[in-house]
Design a protein around this ligand. Structure first.
Ligand SMILES: *Cc1c(COP(=O)(O)O)cnc(C)c1O
Ligand code: SF4
Length: 339
């Protein structure tokens, strides 16, 4: 039997520490195609779509893809394709109208009692369906100047019970920076819950370090982590090892997924995802209908089909493994439940 420490030594030997893995993510479509033994015919459209939104995918995630399969459900989430360049009516640049919802730089406060702190703009992986692929993070992240006003904003509104670290991916930032942010939040007594929205434990499981667990789960604030996996194949032993450590530290673990045509738009794919999450100690939370962002229209699943899929999942799963099907409608005080 492999012990936990041997396991992490093994992963470090394979891919390097998490910072190296983040920095060493594959950004060249040519390299990705050759690693997966895929046809060079896919290269010209990939290069074209990359100009709008670059390719970015870490080795630890590529490792879970099937060689020679252009329809691999993980590959399809990251490989730029020609359809992204088509302009489709109704698919725009700021689908959630977030650019008019920040009271101060680095803060998005739309819902009662909770707000998003935009900790950093980068992600470990660039998901082709991302609703923020055109979001101007450069102008809207917490730097030295905006930091004080963001904290002042949270301090002065006692209705804020929960702070959600978001991004980009907040865990792309280093533990020292995050610890500093969380230490300040710990001092604001009306804040009770600290939530992190992150895809890193899925794409680079080695990101779940002891330091992370220390600043996140061993402080006053109640820790919640919402990870993001869309397909059962994303959850392998390395992910389970990371989520178990979080769970042991008392973190409530949830998953949000996006309903994606050709990736998880079948009852069996959704049921398998729920099972794989449960085996990793994670419960399904939201299943989002795609936000109508330019470049992602080919992933869209019509609402009627989405409803019937969820019905089939409900008919053959325990209630706690059925995600809430939601859509985000600009101006509403929360996510809109579809079922
Ligand atoms: C989704 C979201 C939240 C969190 O909503 P929950 O329903 O609590 O998960 C908070 N703020 C913004 C701006 C969001 O988009
Ligand atoms: S990790 Fe999240 S924010 Fe980053 S590209 Fe993927 S979906 Fe978007």
């Amino acid at each position: 039997m492999i012990t936990r420490s041997e396991l992490s030594v093994q992963t470090i030997n394979d891919f390097g520490c998490w910072q190296e893995q983040l920095a060493g993510a594959v950004t060249s479509p040519e390299l990705l195609l050759s690693m997966l033994q895929l046809s060079t015919k896919l290269l010209p459209p990939a290069l074209k779509a990359c100009q709008e939104f670059p390719l970015r995918v870490p080795h630890a995630y590529i490792n879970r893809m099937e060689l020679g399969n252009p329809n691999d459900p993980l590959l399809r989430q990251v490989l730029p394709i020609g359809e992204e360049c088509e302009h489709i009516e109704g698919f725009g640049l700021d689908p959630l109208a977030e650019q008019s919802q920040n009271p101060t730089d680095g803060v998005i406060h739309k819902y009662h009692g909770r707000l998003l702190l935009i900790v950093g703009g980068s992600c470990a992986v660039n998901c082709r369906f991302c609703f923020r692929r055109h979001f101007p993070y450069q102008d809207n992240r917490l730097d030295r100047d905006s930091w004080n006003s963001a904290m002042e904003y949270i301090r002065s509104d006692t209705s804020i019970k929960e702070v959600i670290l978001s991004g980009g991916d907040p865990l792309a930032s280093n533990d020292r920076r995050l610890e500093k942010i969380v230490t300040e939040l710990n001092h604001i007594s009306h804040v009770e819950t600290l939530r992190i929205h992150t895809r890193l434990p899925v794409v680079i499981p080695d990101r779940v370090t002891d330091d992370l667990i220390n600043w996140f789960a061993k402080k006053r604030l109640q820790p919640v982590m919402v990870i993001h996996a869309n397909h059962a194949n994303e959850i392998d032993e390395s992910v389970r090892e990371a989520t178990f450590r979080l769970k042991q530290a008392g973190v409530t673990l949830l998953n949000q997924a996006v309903l994606l045509k050709g990736i998880n738009d079948s009852p069996s794919a959704l049921i398998q995802l729920g099972d794989a999450l449960f085996k990793a100690g994670v419960l399904p939370y939201y299943l989002h209908l795609l936000d109508p962002v330019h470049g992602a229209a080919h992933f869209d699943v019509p609402e009627a089909k989405a409803k019937s899929l969820i019905k089939e999942v409900m008919d053959s799963s325990p209630g706690y493994l059925v995600p809430k099907l939601v859509r985000e409608i600009p101006g509403r005080p929360g996510k809109t439940w579809i079922s």
